[in-house]
Design a protein around this ligand. Structure first.
Ligand code: URA
Length: 170
């Protein structure tokens, strides 16, 4: 599915997306991500934490940097490298893509590498939008994980501000 905005997460949660088959669906992080997409018109319907909840994305697609469930949410470099082929194929199949919102450093690095750029030239920074000639803009956000939200590394207003930047780049 082509779209102007792509959200790149880390990996499916064990009892959430890994079971429901839809990124972030049933995971703690989805309880912020999907209502945020609804708020900004990037989704229609109601998020019900299951794949058949009828929710539709609007000019937006969601994927993960890593496809397997990594122990302790820490994918190995080999897992990241192996899964990058999926991200490469997904981005190649999105000719209308203008803007990518990356959730966390691993998603950021996977995306920067997938775009054929040097990681050192585009460091991760929450709220930063990297504008790159001839490529989709890349906006960084801390991951909306349970840990980051509980410790207030990321708050809902911070997340919405990053999403607004990514939307502005579409
Ligand atoms: N679920 C996902 O699908 N991706 C994440 O990054 C976190 C939870």
């Amino acid at each position: 599915m082509d779209a102007r905005l792509l959200v790149v997460g880390l990996a499916p949660g064990l009892r959430g997306a890994n079971c429901t088959g839809r990124p972030f669906t049933g995971d703690y992080a989805g309880a912020l991500l999907y209502p945020s997409l609804l708020k900004y018109g990037l989704a229609r319907g109601t998020y019900g934490a299951e794949a058949n909840d009828g929710l539709d994305l609007v000019d937006c697609r969601i994927t993960n940097a890593v496809r397997c469930v990594p122990p302790a949410n820490k994918p190995t470099p080999q897992e990241q490298k192996t899964c990058r082929d999926f991200l490469v194929a997904e981005i190649a199949a999105m000719p209308r893509l203008r803007s990518i919102l990356v959730l966390g450093r691993i998603a950021h690095e996977a995306t920067i590498t997938t775009l054929g750029l040097r990681k050192a030239a585009y460091p991760f920074g929450h709220g930063t939008t990297h504008r790159i000639d001839g490529k989709p803009a890349v906006t960084d956000s801390y991951h909306c994980s349970r840990y980051n939200l509980n410790t207030k590394v990321l708050t809902e207003p911070m997340f919405h501000a990053a999403l607004e930047r990514a939307i502005a780049a579409t």
